[in-house]
Every structure is written in C-alpha cells, then in structure tokens.
Design a protein around this ligand. Structure first.
Ligand code: PLP
Length: 402
C-alpha cells in the first residue's frame, strides 16, 4: 500500500514542515522487484548509500537482505554502525586519498579503485594479498543529464579503457587478485541496452584478466519522476545478462557473478518532501507560490533541472492554476515553473514526490536554516528518524573568537 494523503498530513501535523517522509514498504517492494527480475542470474545488490544514509533506512535495507555500496569511508562506518557485516559492504572510491583505501581494507570490506595512481599504491602495499575491484571508464554516454552521466569519454570517473595496457601491467607485475570489473555509466538510464553495451565490454575485458569473477554494473536504473515515465525494463536486462553470461561460460568455463548498486531505484519513490506554502504572490506574468523550503532542502530541480511531481495535500480538488513554486533562500530556487496545480493558498501543505534519493542527503543549512526532520512510515506507524535541527545544532561546531 503506498503512503496515503492522510498519513502525510498526519506526519506534517505531528512533526511540522519542512519534513522528509519515507515509506519502508516502498523500499521493500522495489528490492523484491530486483530480486525477482534477476532470479535467473547469480546477482548481488548493493544499495548505493549515497542516495540516503539515515541509519534507520540503512537498517531497513539490511533487514530486507540487501548489501550496501559506500562512496566514502564515513559511509562505510555508517554501514557498519547500521549492522552490515564487512562482507556485505562495498566501498567504491573516486578521487580519494589513499589513506581512505587503507582504512577500508583494514575494515575488511570490498574495495573498488578508480585510478591507476591509487591502484599502484594498493599494489605496492598489498600485492596479491587482498582482492580488489577496478572501476573502468567505458566511454559510453548514458544517463538523464550530463551531471549524472559518468561513463563518457570526458568523465573523471574510472580508469579510461584506453589505459588498459597500464592496468594489465600493474595486475601482472604484482599478481593482483583482480576480482571485480566495475562500471557505472550514469543515473536514470531508461534504456536497458546501455547496460548491455557495458556488459559486452566488461566480458571482453574479463577474458584478459583470469582472476575476475564479478562484473559490477553500478547503479542507474531509472525510476519514473514524471507521471508518464517508465522504469528501466529489468526483465529485458536480466535476460540479456543471462544470455551474455551463459555464452561467456560456454566459451571460457568461467561462471561470473553480477553486482548492481541501485540508489534511486530503491529509495527515490519512497520519499516525499512536505512543505508549507508561506507566500502567494500573483504578478502580471505568473503566480509565485513561496514555500518554507528551498534548494537547501531539495536541490535536484535547481542543480540539474530535475522534475518532482507536486501535490497540494490541503486542497487536492481546488481549481487548477499555473504556479511558479519557489523556495525561500537567497537564490532563484524554483522547484517548478508554470506548473498546473490545484489552487495553492497560504498555509497549504504540499508534497514533492519521488524525493527519497539525493534529497535530504544533499541538504544543507544554507541561509542558517535548519535541515528538515525525517520520518519513516513502517507498518502504518510514524517513526521520527531525525529530529529537526536547532540553533544549538547550527552553532555546535563553531568556535567564536573575540
Ligand atoms: N554506484 C555508483 C558508483 C554511483 O556513482 C552511483 C550514483 O552516483 C550509484 C551507484 C547509484 O546511482 P543511482 O542512484 O542512479 O542508482
């Protein structure tokens, strides 16, 4: 059962706005879709924690049987704190100081390295004693927009495939236990054939590295943000992977495992940002609806023109009008421009949908405003999983000198 309007209204009445609300059931349903679709292949899923790291969310992810992918050493520590054992934790580093990799190895988690420079240091430190993964840059253009496209020929991410000779030399000289070949080409990949292109490339490379037993295709499954959008066709993808892996096994005698790192797919649709309309300002061109939130709480619309569906929870049957829904920080922070919505009035409660991924996680206290509180709905119960910040929190780390 999706979250109801009544539950969202109750959450706002209990904890105030701005407020992030997440639905545990939605996360479970999305995970089950993945498990079902890929039941024909040997597949592991690592939730991309960067999408949303609240400990209660991480515990839920663990409880439903999913592993976890971390993009910083602190995310690794959060995962451990949430109860994940090291064998369920993957650390995918990008442009990190080698000291983070040392720490990740000391914690016993799986590590993926994305530069020859760090791989060289790894080889000199550990040689063949610790299994390792490498992230490659496949030069594939994919993803919803250029900021979330990470595998193209100009991208900072991964070891460019044209540097393969350098990689081979390092692996052979140090007899590295190269276990995983990884790519993550982007986010919001609607077309399953993009993943298939990546699979073909990695399988070709796997023939050159005999220790490889895992192909990691990263995250990037699309979820519908606009009502007319569709999810990535998981069945089409799993069939293509099954076929490619069976062929590979026939030709080489090696059976590979596939890993995915879904972020948005698991938590985007589970989340809502609730806000209150603070000011209605009609002008000659458009009617502005100012809300008690802004780019400091949900930056995706301003950062990369992301669309978030908006509903007016207080006046759902009101007459439709065009609104520029805008935030209250000192930048132009429009959530939506010329959006047709049921009449918005000062005091109305509105919900930004599909806000679970990269919503709270990218929030800040810009303009000295508090970050929103967070609530998790589980089996019909509202659980406060992060209290609202206070003036004391804003000042907690400051050292005031005369
Ligand atoms: N894996 C890696 C290495 C990433 O960089 C990201 C996103 O930035 C993800 C997984 C998750 O992507 P998504 O949330 O689109 O599934």
């Amino acid at each position: 059962m999706p979250v109801t309007r009544e539950e969202l209204v109750r959450a706002a009445a209990t904890y105030g706005t701005p407020l992030y609300v997440y639905d545990a059931e939605s996360i479970s349903v999305q995970y089950q879709k993945l498990v079902r679709s890929f039941s024909n292949t040997d597949t592991r899923f690592f939730y991309a924690a960067k999408a949303l790291t609240n400990l209660s969310i991480l515990k839920h992810i663990l409880a439903i049987g999913c592993s976890i992918d971390c993009s910083s050493i602190n995310e690794v520590k959060l995962a451990l704190k949430a109860g994940f054992s090291p064998d369920k934790i993957l650390y995918t580093s990008n442009s990190v100081a080698f000291s983070e990799i040392l720490e990740a190895v000391s914690l016993g988690v799986s590590v993926t390295i994305d530069s020859l420079s760090n791989l060289e240091k790894f080889a000199a430190t550990y040689g063949s004693s610790y299994p390792i993964g490498v992230r490659l840059r496949p030069n594939i253009m994919a993803g919803g927009n250029v900021k979330i496209s990470t595998g193209h020929a100009g991208s900072k991410f991964g070891i460019p495939v044209e540097q393969l000779p350098g990689l081979e030399q390092l692996v052979n000289t140090h007899q590295l236990q190269l276990r995983t070949l990884h790519i993550h080409t982007g986010s919001e990949i609607a077309d399953a054939s993009v993943f298939v292109k990546g699979v073909q490339l990695l399988l070709e490379l796997a023939t050159r590295f005999l220790t490889v037993s895992v192909i990691d295709l990263g995250g990037g499954f699309k979820v519908p943000y606009r009502p007319e959008e569709k999810e990535t066709d998981l069945d089409e993808l799993s069939q293509a992977i099954e076929h490619a892996f069976s062929e590979f096994e026939k030709n080489t005698g090696r059976r590979l495992q596939v890993w995915f790192e879904p972020g948005k797919f698991l938590v985007a649709q589970a989340g809502y940002l609730l806000a209150t309309v603070t000011v209605i300002k009609p002008t000659e061109t458009i009617c502005f609806a100012g809300v008690d939130s802004g780019l400091n709480h949900l930056i995706r619309p301003m950062f990369y023109d992301a669309y978030h569906h908006i509903s007016n929870l207080s006046n759902p049957e009101g007459p439709l009008g065009a609104y520029q829904v805008t935030g209250n920080v000192c930048e132009t922070d429009d959530f939506a421009i010329a959006r047709m919505l049921p009449e918005l009035r000062e005091g109305d409660l509105i919900a930004f949908h599909t806000a679970g991924a990269y919503g709270f996680e990218m929030a800040s206290s810009y303009n000295a405003r508090f970050r929103p509180a967070e609530v998790l709905i589980k089996q019909g119960q509202l659980h406060l999983i992060r209290r609202r910040e206070s003036m004391e929190d804003l000042l907690a780390l400051q050292i005031s000198i005369e």
